[in-house]
Every structure is written in C-alpha cells, then in structure tokens.
Design a protein around this ligand. Structure first.
Ligand code: ADP
Ligand code: MG
Length: 213
C-alpha cells in the first residue's frame, strides 16, 4: 500500500481501537503502578467513541482532515483523563497537517505523525525525559522524518516510527516523572514503563499494521 485513502484511514482507527482494547488490562496495570489505574479504560473508551463516530461518516464524501477532526472531537468528549485533550490535540493537528488532501501518501502520513507528536507536546508541555507519552511520540516523529528523508517507503517509515517509540517507551523505565499523576511518586516511579508511552507504541504499531492491510 502506498497511501491511506479516507476509507483506509477510518479502518486504521478501528484497528487502533482493537489493539487498545486487546491491551486494555495491561495499560491499566501499568497505570496502577504509577498512576490511577485507568489508562487502559480511558483509552479504550476514547477509541471506542472514535470508531462509533467514524462509522457515521461516508468515506466517499469525506476527506482525511475530517476523519481526524471527527476523531479529535469524539475522543475529547469521551475521555475525561489527561490523555483526552492530548490525543484530541494530536488528531486536530494531524487533520490540519493534511488539509486539502484526498488521500495520504508517505509524506502526508509523515506530516500527520509528526503533527500528532508536536500537538501532544504543545498541549501537555512535557519535555522529553519527563516520563510521559512524549518520550515515545517525539522519537517516533524524528525517526519517521529521517526515514522519509532517506527515501524509504511508507511502510518502512511507519516501522521506523514504531521502533523508535518502543525504544522511547522502554527508556521511560529509568525516568522520574515530573508531569501527570506519576510526578507525585518520586523514585517509586523508577523501573516502570509509563502507561501513556506504552499506549503510544500500540497506536503507532496499529497505524503501521494498517499500511500493510
Ligand atoms: P490520568 O493521568 O488523568 O489518569 P491517563 O491515565 O489516561 O490520564 O493517562 C496517563 C498518561 O498521560 C501518562 O502515562 C502520561 O504518559 C500522559 N501524560 C500525563 N500528563 C502529560 C503531559 N502533561 N504531557 C504528556 N503526557 C502526559
Ligand atoms: Mg490514569
């Protein structure tokens, strides 16, 4: 596959929702260690709402920007936790980054992923190293850009993003948290993966998986 049509983009969100649902308990367990044990539940509710909202769109008359905007709105409305506004901003920014396109080729997907990462950082104001989802999203954005600059395929670019996110999430184990609920834990947060970084890996892997479907 060389591009995401609107139809494929909608299916991509369904794939993300399925992957989050399959990992719901693991994510809440991770959040139980350093947060309030709801991350799997909140992400599952959020992507469930996104899937439902997207099912009401007619792919034939819908541009990718509208898919991202609909995802943003439904995610925000469904999720009260801190990940709500973070992912809502991510999807809004992705929508803005691909405005006017009828389908998303490699460079558009690179722009969308990079815009999501930037949106999360702008909204939450977390820097790298503060043990949040930013520690997965920013390396992913850098890796996907670098892969595109090297001329790699859409699939290879997305896989590079997943690998960087995995490494970034793993690295959160050694970090102390200074943003979000985990910041109250001090050194007790050490040794544990940040749940938001873990779900970022799941999302990116589902996006990459959608490119082969
Ligand atoms: P809550 O903390 O409100 O219960 P969730 O459990 O859904 O929300 O999400 C927790 C995750 O949100 C954390 O693991 C972290 O990755 C992410 N997070 C929290 N605050 C921020 C922030 N300011 N910037 C980026 N990510 C954040
Ligand atoms: Mg939580």
């Amino acid at each position: 596959m060389t591009e995401f049509t609107t139809d494929k983009l909608i299916r991509m969100f369904t794939t993300i929702a399925g992957a989050i649902e399959a990992n719901k308990e693991r994510l809440s367990e991770l959040d139980g260690v350093i947060g309030d044990a709801d991350h799997g539940v909140t992400m599952d509710i959020g992507f469930g709402a996104v899937t439902e909202a997207l099912a009401n769109l007619d792919p034939a008359g819908t541009e990718p920007t509208q898919v991202f905007n609909t995802a943003a709105k439904s995610f925000l409305n469904a999720v009260g936790a801190s990940s709500g506004p973070l992912y809502a901003t991510a999807f809004m920014r992705a929508g803005a980054a691909v405005k006017g396109r009828t389908s998303l080729d490699r460079d558009a997907m690179v722009a969308a992923v990079a815009a999501m990462a930037q949106g999360i950082q702008d909204r939450g104001k977390a820097e790298r190293g503060e043990k949040t989802m930013v520690d997965a999203w920013l390396p992913a954005a850098e890796a996907i850009r670098a892969a595109a600059e090297e001329g790699q395929s859409l699939q290879a670019c997305l896989e590079a993003a997943v690998k960087a996110a995995e490494e970034g999430a793993e690295a959160t184990k050694a970090m102390l948290a200074s943003k979000g609920r985990a910041s109250r834990l001090g050194e007790r947060a050490l040794g544990h993966v940040d749940p938001g970084a873990a779900s970022a890996v799941i999302i990116l892997a589902a996006i990459a998986g959608s490119a082969t479907a």
